[in-house]
Design a protein around this ligand. Structure first.
Ligand SMILES: NC(=O)c1ccc[n+]([C@@H]2O[C@H](COP(=O)([O-])OP(=O)(O)OC[C@H]3O[C@@H](n4cnc5c(N)ncnc54)[C@H](OP(=O)(O)O)[C@@H]3O)[C@@H](O)[C@H]2O)c1
Length: 340
């Protein structure tokens, strides 16, 4: 039996416990043994929950920890401690991966364990594992992704004629936009995700601060009417361009024939161009309790199959990227057009 701990029993952490309980037979089939949640750590006074990280890291039974607390602290300190004890950490925390992922990955490698973060980009979409494993031999020249479900939901509804404030309010009421939606609608969440993707494929660390970032708050119903007249839609994209060595988040016009045109509502879509495989398109739920938890559990299974070994996550020892400025918008145009 493999024993694990969950740090932070919120949306994602609660989902991890649920996935492990509901899919225990499927997990056993792929892992070859049972997966058991021995500890849950949370700040709240819940029955059976522990509060002291030392209880977890000093228990030799614990082989993998899921960090689903979010934020930088104490997530950073707890992750650091677990990895130093040879315990693998699987996380959905893109903020921590962006800020400290390189350092934490090196600690994991030095302590023969792993730091994996499949759920931090594209929620339930098995994107990072595919990039690491199936596309490791490719030269990736471009990534263009709809990486924030909240923004895509808002834009999809604006396309249907509704206004920004009205749709945002509805998204907040339905629980998939934060009460403070700035990180989503100003593009910062997408910036963290495209920075992680660019780092994974380029061999250099792109950080969130290096992403030229424009959100969706200035898009008007008139913009949609103009886009519609040209047979296009407007989507917020994170774009990595290897040739120009740039990362950008901005609303783009998407032609009808493009694969990303039909990615609507809360769904994410990511297009990756490899020099041999050509275009690959990934589609799925970029957030939500069970899809995100499913991605965390996929990492847990990979770590559990590799106890005592380090899984190369394409992040350890990355040097900072020398990022170029993203190309400007065409003169007089409000939006860039996604060409291919
Ligand atoms: N929700 C999604 O769909 C989704 C998708 C992809 C990635 N993520 C990422 O996953 C992470 C978790 O997101 P979430 O939506 O699950 O957040 P959440 O619902 O707020 O869950 C976080 C949990 O951690 C607990 N916690 C906070 N500080 C703690 C501390 N010092 N010690 C112990 N427990 C602590 C929280 O308790 P309190 O509630 O009492 O503060 C809460 O139970 C974030 O990095 C987020 O960006 C989320």
């Amino acid at each position: 039996m493999i024993n694990i701990a969950i740090l932070g029993l919120g949306t994602v952490g609660g989902g991890v416990a649920e996935v492990i309980e509901k899919n225990q037979l499927e997990i056993k089939k792929v892992l070859g043994e049972d997966l058991h949640v021995k500890y849950i750590l949370d700040i709240r006074d819940l029955p059976g929950v522990v509060k002291d990280i030392n209880t977890i890291i000093n228990d030799p039974d614990i082989k993998v920890v899921c960090e689903t607390m979010g934020g930088k602290e104490p997530a950073y300190t707890y992750t650091h401690l677990a990895l130093e004890h040879g315990i693998s950490v699987c996380t959905s925390n893109k903020e921590l991966v962006d800020a400290h992922g390189v350092e934490l990955s090196a600690i994991a490698r030095d302590h023969h364990c792993s730091y994996l973060f499949e759920a931090s980009v594209g929620g339930g979409i098995p994107l990072l594992r595919t990039i690491r494993e199936a596309c490791g031999h490719e030269k990736i020249s471009k990534i263009a992704g709809i990486l924030n479900g909240t923004c895509n939901y808002i834009l999809t509804n604006m396309k249907a004629g509704r206004d920004f404030a009205d749709v945002l309010k509805e998204a907040q009421e339905k629980g998939f936009a934060e009460r403070n939606p700035a990180a989503d609608v100003e593009g910062h969440d997408t910036a963290r995700k495209i920075a992680i993707l660019a780092s994974m494929v380029s061999g250099k660390k792109f950080s969130y601060e290096q992403v030229s970032c424009e959100g969706i708050t200035n898009i008007t119903p008139e913009d949609f009417a103009e886009a519609e007249a040209k047979g296009m839609s407007i989507k917020l994209l994170g774009v990595y361009d290897a040739e120009n060595n740039s990362v950008l988040v901005a609303p783009h016009l998407i032609p009808k024939e493009h694969a990303l045109y039909n990615v609507n509502g809360v769904f994410n879509g990511i297009l990756i161009h490899g020099n041999m495989v050509d275009d690959l398109m990934f589609y799925g739920r970029g957030a939500g309790k069970l899809p995100t938890a499913s991605a965390v559990v996929s990492d847990v299974i990979e770590c559990a199959k590799n106890i005592g070994k380090n899984i190369n996550n394409n992040f350890a020892d990355l040097e900072p990227a020398n990022v170029n400025k993203a190309p400007e918008k065409p003169q007089g145009q409000k939006f860039r057009v996604l060409d291919s």
